[in-house]
Design a protein. Sequence first.
Length: 614
Amino acid sequence: MSTDTTTRPTTRLTAAIRLVLARYYAQARRMPFMTLGCILLPAAADILSYYAPPLVVARLLGRFARSESLTATDLLPYVLAFAGLWIVGQICWRVAVILITRVEIYGLEALYIEAMDELLAKDLAFFQNNYAGSLTKRALGYARRFEDVFDVLVFQIAPGVIPLAFVSVVLWSYSPWLIVVLLAMLGTTMALVLPLIRRRQVLVDVREAASNTLAGHLADSISNAEVVRAFAREPDEAHIHALNVKDYGAKTMRSWDYQNFRIDMITSPMFVATNILGLVAALAVRGSSSASLEAVFITFSYYSTATRVMWEFNRIYRGLEGAITDAAQFADLLLEPPVVSDAEEAQAFTPRDHSITLSDVRFRYGPSQPPLFDGLSLTIPHAAKFGLVGRSGGGKTTLTRLLLRFSDIEGGQILIGGVPIDAVPQSALRKTIAFVPQDPSMFHRSIADNIRVGRPEASDADVRRAADLAHAAEFIETLPDGYATMVGERGVKLSGGQRQRVAIARAILKDAPILILDEATSSLDSESEASIQDALLTLLKGRTALVIAHRLSTVRRMDELIIMDNGRIVERGSHDTLLAMNGIYAALWAHQSGGFLGSDVATQNSEPVTSPGT
Ligand SMILES: Nc1ncnc2c1ncn2[C@@H]1O[C@H](COP(=O)(O)OP(=O)(O)OP(=O)(O)O)[C@@H](O)[C@H]1O
Ligand SMILES: [Mg+2]
């Protein structure tokens, strides 16, 4: 994983938490009246059920204390008031629950969508640097935790805090000291606990990061199930998992212990002390009036109810911080904007033709890596077909990624039809290019759907025609479910060559003016390849094409061949010219007997040529 959360500075965590709170607040703001109802109604219900009825009882006790002889008619209003308060309180609860459910579900829906949108906006490097499993867990957690946070707010915080206003007014009427003592004790507890909570937040963040590592490894192991089996790695994977679990357990223990031993050590005695002080204060202010009995009873009753929030502070905070820290694991990913982004004022993409020009391109994968391309220049004229050949790791696939703008370059320019590709929206650029990657991956959907990725609105007939041209129809029609066959995750139920043919069909269906084929037929037998070649050559007519291949027979019919090594062009020309030059290409050609590059072909010492096309 790219981000090492254990050493991440707290400021970053704070920023992530702020972002979560801002995003959650935005959701609550979308439905202001409902949200307000969700906060006020449970608090009102609590007042009506727990704070108002004791007042009725206190009045009654007061009358008993004055030894009045009370008839049933005298008592009735008290009973009615008591019952009325409880009933209205319960109605408030029921309405509150209806509102809470709605706000939470609408919020969840919006956040699930938002999480996916945020991920889709990321560039390819982001996905190469993060575990798929961990990303999935984080994205889902980000949305789901809204429910937990909102629950804590409306079920615990609001009913714990808002009634304090009511409590204050009532206690004030007996003696201001009663409320002074209560608020002072609540305030002191907060002041003592808050610094500890900040420290605990770090422990919780470390714990959540460990939980993501655990989930990430699990998903990685599962998606590599075949390798795990083939290399009998089950015990090793189980061992790594056990280590992750142990690490997660230890970190969880540390955060819980901190809660139990440090924070509760403060809240517990404060809770007890506040209640004792409350009784003492009530007795002290008892003073003159007959209201003294009421005062003592109400103080006792209110203190024990109001200080519950102190005792529950632990649980409330733990719930809240667990939820927010978990959500912050996703928000953390959003702190850095995508590396590849559309220009502020991206212009409409109207290239004059579909020529491709790389001029003095410099690129490296990471700041610590040496440059892969250091001043690469190349022009592919409109409708020309170029072949790209070279040793493994020479930068061929990287070049295709740069053309598609999966990464931005460090220097120089890439132009299509005279338009710099970073001046136009990425989607517009990619619509003009049909790309068949080296290792095409499939959605776990039907074959038809996988081909339709090229053009979602294509008719069934178009899909079949594309499959036909790609010579995929032959095998698809023999499958029991034909075009409706599900291909398995990443297309595992298809053979390598079948996957390639589906990917070619996809590109054919896309019908784009530029075609990039990266080893698109490498997994096919020579016979199948030859038949697809013919189809492809027809397809390539009028289009600009860059075809990468190790098998030279694949590219020999291209207009021009580029031989690349270590990010440099070392030879170029048509098949015949290159053979006549008797250089690297000629040597490669001689080494191949319809197969692949000979491993002993040395190209390191060859001098790069200045490309005549630029
Ligand atoms: N995502 C990445 N992060 C860092 N380095 C990378 C990344 N992808 C490729 N590289 C490195 O860049 C270099 C060029 O890789 P590239 O895939 O472009 O080679 P290639 O010419 O397509 O090779 P092959 O013929 O094997 O497909 C390699 O050294 C590779 O290790
Ligand atoms: Mg490659």
